[in-house]
Design a binder for this molecule. Structure first.
Ligand SMILES: NC(=O)C1=CN([C@@H]2O[C@H](COP(=O)(O)OP(=O)(O)OC[C@H]3O[C@@H](n4cnc5c(N)ncnc54)[C@H](O)[C@@H]3O)[C@@H](O)[C@H]2O)[C@H](O)CC1
Ligand SMILES: [K+]
Length: 511
């Protein structure tokens, strides 16, 4: 699990490093600059020419240190100071004099030749200290970097591509686009959230002496990037003396006439994700079709017709007996009483519950029903469903994903999965887990149903939230990546995730 720190938290951690570990910021900068130089060498050709653009703050300081290391290593280095040199921070000033002592005299931007293929440009203009849109000579410098990048130069960004808000991943205009971004000490939200993640290119995190524990007791948001080892370790190895009851029984309240596929995908995904048994509860006229998708799917018919409402309460309470997790929503017939029905079920059942699709739209009418839940509830909205849950526009949701998902999770005391590129899992205790697996090939009908089934299977097997949730999200995205590797993103359909992708994840993890 990699901790992700905001600019304010980085400053606090840097202060801690000095106070508690006796690591002065000069040493942090020295280590940062060395890591930056190594990354620049890593993208250079044999006789690479390096041009380092340095801003007025410590980000610029990192660039000056990197230039010195490159120079010491015998490379051809040009340094450009952008902004008022008198305003350089103390550390940056010290490194400027050191660089001059090494015989490197800064040049002006205007005096530089046009750069391109074979050149390496180090962007050390702004890092976490950027507070407004770059203008004047800073905008010109970013413009030059963009021109050179388009002409084939490799761009290595110090900490953050200049122009990118490190706390959100939203770019100002103009903003550098980098091939590699060297993250100093800790990842920043802007490096892992879109569009920042794409603007960073490959993110290489380097330790600079802040101590891994530095992030432990910081105030502010607790953000993490889930790594494959974390997801894999959530899933225990199976004991030889296990039986199908050991792995739980999922009840999927899903499907209706014309939407039987959603229920089948939930059920088959749950079965392919280790659930011992899966039962689908649906109206009789849909159940046969749902069960015809797979011999392993058991069924409980819900008498009556039309939308799910209070008349279905007793049948669903009975169906939920001896079950270990509930998945509700994909393809259900929704009506005016469905939200109330869900509230009643949650207030009486001890089952962890996943609410997706039309179950989310049903509770969006009155979110207070969720507060009656006796067991953990997981909501899995895509941005449009999130908009309905929060009364915001989809555009608003996408512009402030981190904030919106955190607010809903802590406000309702439920775990919320906000799907999309870099799916976010927010837990009521304030932790947010950022997912980095998955690809646009998964934007296909039924992909969400597969996640719901996978999640239900993990909850039925007793994996605790939030681990079960961010692990399911990680596995779902990885299944999509592995399936797309064989079928292409265009060719990928939800069934491939179930029949092939998920199985490849489990064999890859030895489970
Ligand atoms: N936190 C750490 O552990 C380390 C951080 N390092 C590097 O330091 C930068 C952050 O440095 P800082 O001095 O705070 O700010 P920047 O260098 O990012 O920005 C420079 C300075 O510019 C001013 N400014 C902001 N926006 C604009 C603008 N649009 N136009 C003009 N000037 C602007 C503002 O005053 C900023 O202070 C971090 O990213 C790391 O690269 C250490 O070197 C290593 C450890
Ligand atoms: K930068």
């Amino acid at each position: 699990m990699l901790r992700v720190l905001t600019a304010a938290q980085m400053r606090e951690a840097e202060h801690d490093a000095e106070e508690r570990h006796g690591m002065p910021s000069a040493l942090l900068m020295e280590n940062a600059g060395r890591g930056l130089a190594e990354a620049a060498r890593g993208v250079a050709g044999p006789d690479g020419r390096f041009t380092v653009l340095c801003g007025p703050g410590n980000n610029g300081g990192d660039g000056l240190v990197a230039a010195r290391f490159l120079q010491e290593g015998g490379a051809r280095v040009t340094v450009v100071l952008v902004g008022d040199a008198a305003k350089l921070t103390v550390e940056a000033k010290r490194n400027l004099s050191a660089l001059k002592a090494f015989g490197v005299v800064p040049r002006s931007l205007a005096s530089l030749p046009e750069l391109g293929l074979g050149d390496v440009v180090v962007d050390a203009l702004f890092g976490t200290g950027l507070s407004r849109a770059p203008t004047g000579e800073f905008a010109e410098a970013i413009g030059a970097i963009t021109r050179w990048w388009n002409a084939g130069a490799k761009v290595v960004a110090a900490d953050v591509p200049s122009g990118l808000r490190s706390d959100t991943g939203e770019p100002f205009s103009p903003c550098v686009e980098a091939d590699v971004t060297v993250a100093f000490g800790f990842l920043k939200p802007g490096q892992v959230l879109e569009p920042g993640a794409s603007l960073c290119g490959q993110v290489k995190r380097v330790d600079i002496g802040m101590g891994g524990e530095a992030g432990k007791e910081l105030s502010g948001p607790r953000l993490y990037v889930v790594e494959e080892a974390d997801a894999r370790s959530t899933l225990p190895r199976r004991r030889a003396d296990s039986h199908k009851g050991t792995f739980g029984h999922v009840l999927a309240v899903a499907g209706s006439r014309g939407k039987s596929g959603a229920a089948a995908l939930v059920a088959k995904s749950a079965l392919r994700s280790g659930a011992g048994l899966v039962t689908v509860a649906a109206r009789g006229d849909a159940l046969d079709t749902i069960q015809s998708h797979s011999a392993e799917i058991m069924g409980t018919p819900l008498d009556g017709s039309g939308p799910l409402g209070m008349g279905d309460l007793d049948a669903l309470l009975a169906a939920a007996e001896n079950k270990d997790a509930l998945v509700m929503g994909p393809g259900i017939p929704r009506g005016p009483e469905t939200g109330k029905l869900i509230g009643e079920l949650l207030s009486r059942l001890e089952l962890p519950a996943v609410l997706d699709a039309d179950a989310l739209n049903a509770v969006a009418e009155d979110l207070s029903v969720l507060r009656r839940a006796k067991a953990p509830v997981v909501l899995t909205p895509h941005p449009g469903e999130m908009a309905r849950l929060t009364g915001k526009s989809t555009k608003d949701v996408q512009a402030r994903r981190l904030e919106v998902v955190k607010q809903l999770a802590s406000g309702l005391a439920v775990t919320v999965v906000l799907k999309g590129d870099r799916t976010l899992t927010a837990h009521p205790d304030g932790r947010v887990f950022i997912n980095t697996t998955g690809n646009p090939g998964m934007a296909t009908g039924g992909s969400g149903d597969v996640l719901s089934g996978l999640l239900g299977a993990f909850l039925a097997q007793g994996f605790p939230v939030p681990d079960a949730v961010w692990t399911a999200v990680y596995a779902h995205g990885l299944a999509g990546d592995l399936a797309a590797a064989r079928r292409g993103q265009l060719g990928l359909i939800a069934g491939d995730l179930v029949e092939q992708g998920l199985c490849e994840v489990w064999t890859r993890w030895g489970r």
